[in-house]
Every structure is written in structure tokens, then in C-alpha cells.
Design a protein around this ligand. Structure first.
Ligand code: DLZ
Length: 211
């Protein structure tokens, strides 16, 4: 099979992320490898999908087990802040309309003010990427954490309606992790962070479709 493409086949649609706001939550366990994956995710989003660097928010947690909780909490905070910003905005626009517009027919005068405030207010995250590296040890710890984290990350996405990318490598040894994070000394392997960045943009656009 000459045309067999191992790994993620790129989407044929243009995936423009210039209006998206993305959260990356990463672990501090296995930090060097994790940093390679975070860099890959950022590179794909910024260079391939035009996500603005200022619209990528990065937070860290201790280990992979903490990823689902942090993703859920930070997502909720961003949604509350965005809603507060929107209600402030409505208040401001109404106030400005009242001040600027002696008659309802001249309410157009406040439109530029309103739109500039919309741009200034921060929107809720359109997608989350959870990044971590689990490496199997000699106990059952690896199995328990892998199961809990994968289930937890899926649950955050399905419960919130916001895509959450499973950016967790579950490796049998360190070499597997290095070659999947672009850090293999011989330049072998592939940085999976690149795929996670592209996946986050694609899924965020899917979520926002039709809005
Ligand atoms: C405890 C632990 C171990 C042994 N291994 C890893 C690992 O390979 N990758 C990782 O991200 N975290 C590990 N942790 C930490 C747990 O994920 C978690 O932070 C602690 O159990 C505290 O809840």
C-alpha cells in the first residue's frame, strides 16, 4: 500500500483559527518531554491555523491525574468571565445609547463603541488541549492513571460541549515518549503535539459551526 498514510491525515478544509481562543493545560511531571509537546501544539495552531499567540492560554498542573479537573475548572471560569463581560457590555451599550441618543432612531451612533468593546472582552475557550506524559513503572499506578485521565478528559468535553483534546502520551518507556514529542536524538519519530494543535482548531470550528 504505497498511499498508506500512518497517523493523522490533514483535513482538506481550510482550518482558520484566527478567531479562536484555546487553553492548553499541561503537567509538570516529565516536564522536558511535555514542553516539546506543548511547543508542537502551539506551532501547529499559530503557523498552520493562524491562531493568535495571545489567544493561546497556558496553565500547568502537577500530574496527569489533575488534568481533567483543571480543564473543567478553567473552562468554567472562562465561560463565567465571558458572560460577565457580555453583561457589562450590554449595560455599557445601553448607557451609551441613553447618553448618545436623544431618539431611538439615532442609536447607530453607539455602534462603533459597542463593537470595539466586544473585541476587547475575552471570549470563553473554544477548545482545550490537555497535555501530559505517563510512563509505565513497576506498579499498577500507570494503568489506574491512564484509565482515570482518559475517562476524565472525555467527560469534561462531553459534559461541557467544548472539545477537549486528549494530549496524553501513555508510554511503556521513556524512549517511546521522546520519539513522540520531537525529542528523539536521531531525529526519528513525530511530535504528536502538532496533531493535537490541529485537532483542537478543527474541533473548535466544528463546535462553532453555524453560529
Ligand atoms: C505519581 C505519578 C507517577 C508515578 N507517574 C506519573 C507520570 O508518569 N506522569 C504524570 O503526569 N504523573 C505521574 N504521577 C503523578 C499523578 O499524575 C498525580 O499528580 C498524583 O498522583 C497526585 O494526584
Amino acid at each position: 500500500m504505497d498511499d498508506f498514510h500512518k497517523g493523522l491525515e490533514p483535513s482538506t478544509n481550510l482550518q482558520d483559527g484566527s478567531n479562536l481562543r484555546i487553553l492548553i493545560v499541561h503537567t509538570r511531571w516529565n516536564s522536558a518531554i511535555v514542553q516539546g509537546l506543548v511547543a508542537g501544539a502551539k506551532e501547529a495552531m499559530i503557523q498552520q491555523h493562524n491562531v493568535r499567540p495571545e489567544n493561546i492560554v497556558i496553565e500547568s498542573v502537577p500530574g496527569a491525574y489533575e488534568l481533567p479537573f483543571a480543564a473543567k475548572k478553567l473552562l468554567e471560569i472562562s465561560q463565567i468571565k465571558a458572560a460577565d463581560g457580555a453583561s457589562d457590555l450590554i449595560g455599557n451599550v445601553n448607557l451609551l445609547e441613553g447618553l448618545n441618543s436623544p431618539t431611538p432612531s439615532s442609536s447607530n451612533t453607539s455602534e462603533p463603541v459597542a463593537s470595539s468593546k466586544v473585541q476587547a472582552s475575552k471570549k470563553a475557550f473554544d477548545a482545550v488541549i490537555c497535555i501530559g506524559v505517563l510512563i509505565k513503572g513497576s506498579t499498577m499506578h500507570f494503568e489506574y492513571i491512564c484509565e482515570a485521565v482518559s475517562q476524565g478528559i472525555m467527560r469534561v468535553g462531553l459534559d461541557s460541549g467544548v472539545p477537549v483534546i486528549f494530549g496524553v502520551l501513555t508510554c511503556l518507556n521513556e524512549q517511546q515518549a521522546l520519539s513522540r514529542s520531537g525529542l528523539d536524538k536521531e531525529g526519528k519519530g513525530h511530535n504528536h503535539g502538532l496533531d493535537w494543535g490541529s485537532g483542537a482548531v478543527e474541533m473548535a470550528l466544528l463546535k462553532n459551526r453555524g453560529i
